[in-house]
Design a protein around this ligand. Structure first.
Ligand code: C2E
Ligand code: MG
Ligand code: MG
Length: 294
C-alpha cells in the first residue's frame, strides 16, 4: 500500500499534478527513497525472483519456451509486481543493473535446465528488455558475455522489446538491434498492436517475431467480428515476413479460435500462469506426455 502511494507520487510529480511543498509529499518522498534503496539492495543481494510462463505450440500443446517475468519479494511489503517497480527503476537509473541481473539469471536458468536434460535444443527463454538497454552499447556486450560464459546457443534466447520502446527509437536503436541480431539471438516486438508504429517502419527493423497484445484477442469467443480481425493481423504480420505469438489466452475457446485461424504459438493463463523455475520440469513432463498421446 505504501509502495503504491510512493509509486503514484513519483508519477504524479512527474506530471506536476502535486505541488512540491505539500507536506504529505515529504512523507511520500521519504517512502520512495526508502523503496529505491531497498531496490538497489535487492538487485545486489536477494529479493528479486524470476517466474517463467510457458509459450505453447498451439497445434501440439508442446511448450516451446518460457518468458521470464520479474517479481520483487520485499521483506516487509510483500510481493511487488514489475508494472509497479520497473518504472521506478527506470526513473532512478537502476534499470540497466536490473536488466543485467535478469539477463544473467534467465540465461543461467536455461543453462541449468539444459544440463539437467529438462529441455531440448529447440526450447527458448524470452527476456524482456527495456528501452534503456537498447540505448546502451554495453548491453550487446553483456549479452555476448553471458552467451559465452554459459555456452547457451543464441537461438535459444529471445529478447522482447515493446513496440513503444522501439518506436521512440533512433539510429542507435537500429544499430543495437542489428548488433544483437548479429549475435544470433531472437528479437520479438512485445505488446504488438498497442503502439502507433507504422507498419513500414516495423518492416525495416531487424526483428523476427511479434507478440500480439492481449487486448487484440479479448473478444475472441464473445465478439463475432473478432476472428476476422485476428486473421487480418496474422496476415499483416506474415506479410511483413514475421511470425506471431498470441498473448493473454485465458480460455480454451480463445485457444481453439487461434488454432483454427492458423496461429502457431500462444501464451496465457489458460495454459499456465507464470510459475517459479522449480515448477517448470513438471509442466514440461506433463505436456510432453499429453502431446505424445494426442
Ligand atoms: P509483458 O512482457 O507483456 O508480460 C505479460 C504480462 O501479462 C505478465 O504480467 C503476465 O503475467 C501477464 N499475463 C500472462 N498471461 C496472461 C493472461 O492470460 N491474462 C492476463 N490478464 N495477463 C496475463 P507481469 O508479470 O505483471 O509483467 C508485466 C510487464 O512488466 C511485462 O509485460 C513486461 O513489460 C514487464 N516486465 C516483466 N518482467 C520484466 C523484466 O525482467 N524486465 C523488464 N524490463 N520488464 C519486465
Ligand atoms: Mg514480454
Ligand atoms: Mg506483452
Amino acid at each position: 500500500m505504501e509502495a503504491d502511494v510512493a509509486m503514484y507520487a513519483s508519477k504524479a510529480e512527474g506530471q506536476n499534478r502535486l505541488h512540491v511543498f505539500e507536506p504529505g509529499l515529504l512523507l511520500i518522498r521519504r517512502l520512495r527513497s526508502q523503496l529505491l534503496e531497498d531496490l538497489r539492495a535487492a538487485i545486489k543481494g536477494n529479493g528479486l525472483v524470476l517466474h517463467y510462463q510457458p509459450v505453447v505450440e498451439l497445434g501440439t500443446g508442446r511448450i516451446e519456451g518460457v518468458e521470464a517475468l520479474i517479481r520483487w519479494d520485499h521483506a516487509t511489503r510483500g510481493r511487488i509486481m514489475p508494472d509497479e517497480f520497473i518504472p521506478l527503476a527506470e526513473e532512478a537509473g537502476l534499470i540497466s543493473e536490473l536488466g543485467l541481473w535478469v539477463l544473467n539469471t534467465a540465461v543461467g536458468q536455461l543453462r541449468a535446465w539444459i544440463d539437467a536434460d529438462v529441455v531440448d535444443s529447440r526450447f527458448s527463454v524470452r527476456i524482456n528488455i527495456s528501452a534503456t538497454d537498447l540505448q546502451s552499447l554495453q548491453f550487446i556486450e553483456d549479452v555476448r558475455a553471458v552467451l559465452k560464459e554459459t555456452g547457451v546457443r543464441p537461438e535459444q534466447v529471445v529478447l522482447e522489446l515493446t513496440e513503444a520502446a522501439i518506436v521512440r527509437g533512433n539510429d542507435l536503436d537500429r544499430y543495437s538491434l542489428g548488433g544483437l541480431r548479429g549475435l544470433g539471438v531472437g528479437i520479438e516486438i512485445d505488446d504488438f498492436g498497442t503502439g502507433y508504429s507504422s507498419i513500414s517502419y516495423l518492416r525495416r527493423l531487424p526483428v523476427d517475431r511479434v507478440k500480439v497484445d492481449r487486448s487484440l484477442i479479448e473478444g475472441l469467443g464473445t465478439d463475432p467480428s473478432q476472428p476476422a480481425l485476428v486473421a487480418a493481423i496474422l496476415q499483416l504480420v506474415r506479410a511483413c515476413g514475421l511470425e506471431a505469438v498470441w498473448e493473454g489466452v485465458e480460455t480454451g475457446e480463445q485457444a481453439e479460435h487461434l488454432r483454427n485461424l492458423g496461429c502457431l504459438s500462444a501464451q496465457g493463463y489458460f495454459f499456465s500462469k507464470p510459475v517459479p523455475p522449480e515448477r517448470i520440469p513438471a509442466l514440461l513432463a506433463e505436456t510432453s506426455s499429453e502431446s505424445n498421446r494426442g
